[in-house]
Write a protein that binds this ligand. Structure first.
Ligand SMILES: Cc1cc2nc3c(=O)[nH]c(=O)nc-3n(C[C@H](O)[C@H](O)[C@H](O)COP(=O)(O)OP(=O)(O)OC[C@H]3O[C@@H](n4cnc5c(N)ncnc54)[C@H](O)[C@@H]3O)c2cc1C
Length: 303
C-alpha cells in the first residue's frame, strides 16, 4: 500500500499514480510504476525516503533511465525521479561537488569550462551524476571513480559522506545499488580549456559515428569480459542484426540493442537470453549484463 496521504503531506513535487515508465527510459519500453514522484528539492527527497522506509514501501531511484530496462509489468512501489531535485554543480575549496540529479553532460561542461580535466571522457554519456556513480560509468579507458574523492549517500535517513575507499568502485560497479546517492565530490587536475573542449568534441563525434543513436537503446547491454570485447563476441557469434519482436541487435554496434519502434521489455529479455546462450556456445564466455533489470519476476541470467 502506498501511504499517499503521508506522501502528499511531505512532498511538494510532482506525484503521479500508475505512471508509465517507458517514456522515462532510453529504451522506451516498460509498464507503470504504482507511484512516480519528482521531489522538488533535497528536503522533499529526504522526507519522502523517510516515509517510504518507515512504511516499508519498495522504492527505486531513477536518474536519466539510460541504463535500466523496466519490465512490461512496471514497478510495484514508488519510483523517485531526480529530474527536479539535486541539480546543482559547484566549486568547493578547489573540488567540484555535483549533485546526483545533474546530467553528466552538464557536469562535464562545468568542469571543462573551469579548466578541470579528467572527466571529459564522460561527454556524451546520457546519464546523471547519481546513475554514473552507481554504475561507475566510464569510457575511453577512464571512469567516474578515477577522480571521485567521496560520495554523499543516505544512511539511516541521514546524509553521510563516504570516502572513495568505502565506495566499492569496480568496472561498472559500486556499493550504491539500492541506496540513495545524493552527490559526489571530485578532485580534478587542471587542464587547458581549449584542449579539453577539443577532446570533448572529438569524443562526442566518435560516439555519433559508432553508436546507433538514432534509435532508442540502453548503450552497452553487456560488460566486457576480462580481456575481450562483448561487441566483438556478439558479432563473431553471427548475431549482428538479429531481431526478436521489435528489438534488434544493432547493425552499427553489436553490444547495443535498439528498439525499432514497437519493441517490448519481453522482446529485450528474450534477445538478451539468446545472445548470452549463443555467445557462450560460440566462445565459452558468459556475458554479464551491464543494464539493470527493473520489475522482473523471472529475469534474464545476469551472469
Ligand atoms: C546511448 C548511450 C550511451 C551510453 N554510453 C555509456 C558509456 O560510454 N559508458 C558507460 O559507462 N555507460 C554508458 N551508457 C549507460 C548509462 O548512460 C550509464 O550507466 C549512466 O551512468 C546511467 O545513468 P542514469 O542516470 O541514466 O541511471 P539510471 O538508468 O536512471 O539508473 C541506473 C541504476 O542506478 C540507480 N540510480 C540512479 N540514480 C541513483 C541515485 N541517485 N541513487 C541511487 N541509485 C541511483 C538506478 O536505480 C539503477 O539501478 C550509455 C547509455 C546510452 C543510452
Amino acid at each position: 500500500m502506498i501511504p499517499l496521504d503521508e506522501i502528499h503531506r511531505v512532498v511538494r513535487g510532482r506525484i503521479a499514480l500508475n505512471e508509465l515508465l517507458g517514456p522515462y527510459t532510453w529504451m522506451k519500453v516498460g509498464g507503470p510504476a504504482d507511484c512516480y514522484i519528482e521531489p522538488a528539492d533535497r528536503k522533499d527527497l529526504l522526507d519522502l525516503v523517510s516515509v517510504l522506509v518507515a512504511q516499508r514501501v519498495p522504492y527505486l531511484l531513477l536518474g536519466r533511465g539510460s541504463n535500466m530496462l523496466v519490465s512490461d509489468d512496471g514497478f510495484r512501489g514508488v519510483v523517485i525521479s531526480l529530474e527536479s531535485a539535486l541539480t546543482s554543480v559547484r566549486r568547493d575549496h578547489g573540488d567540484v561537488i555535483a549533485e546526483a540529479g545533474v546530467r553528466l553532460t552538464k557536469f562535464v561542461d562545468f568542469c571543462v569550462q573551469q579548466g578541470l580535466a579528467g572527466v571529459e571522457m564522460l561527454a556524451g554519456i546520457p546519464g546523471s551524476v547519481g546513475g554514473g556513480i552507481v554504475m561507475n560509468a566510464g569510457a575511453h579507458g577512464g571512469e567516474i571513480a578515477d577522480h571521485c574523492a567521496a560520495v554523499e549517500v543516505l544512511e539511516g535517513g541521514v546524509p553521510v559522506w563516504l570516502p572513495k575507499e568505502e565506495c566499492g568502485f569496480r568496472y561498472r560497479h559500486s556499493a550504491f545499488e539500492g541506496r540513495v546517492v545524493l552527490s559526489g565530490r571530485f578532485q580534478l587536475p587542471s587542464g587547458d580549456v581549449e584542449t579539453l573542449i577539443r577532446r570533448r568534441k572529438e569524443l562526442i563525434q566518435k560516439r555519433n559515428a559508432t553508436q546507433p543513436l538514432e534509435l532508442p537503446n540502453l548503450g552497452s547491454m553487456f560488460k566486457n569480459p576480462q580481456g575481450a570485447f562483448a561487441a566483438r563476441l556478439i558479432e563473431e557469434a553471427g548475431l549482428k542484426g538479429k531481431k526478436i519482436g521489435g528489438i534488434q541487435v544493432s547493425e552499427k554496434h553489436a553490444n547495443f540493442m535498439v528498439n525499432l519502434g514497437n519493441g517490448t521489455a519481453q522482446d529485450v529479455v528474450q534477445l538478451i537470453n539468446l545472445v548470452q546462450r549463443t555467445v557462450y556456445q560460440h566462445s565459452g564466455l558468459q556475458l554479464e549484463l551491464e543494464v539493470k533489470l527493473i520489475g522482473f519476476k523471472t529475469t534474464a541470467r545476469a551472469a
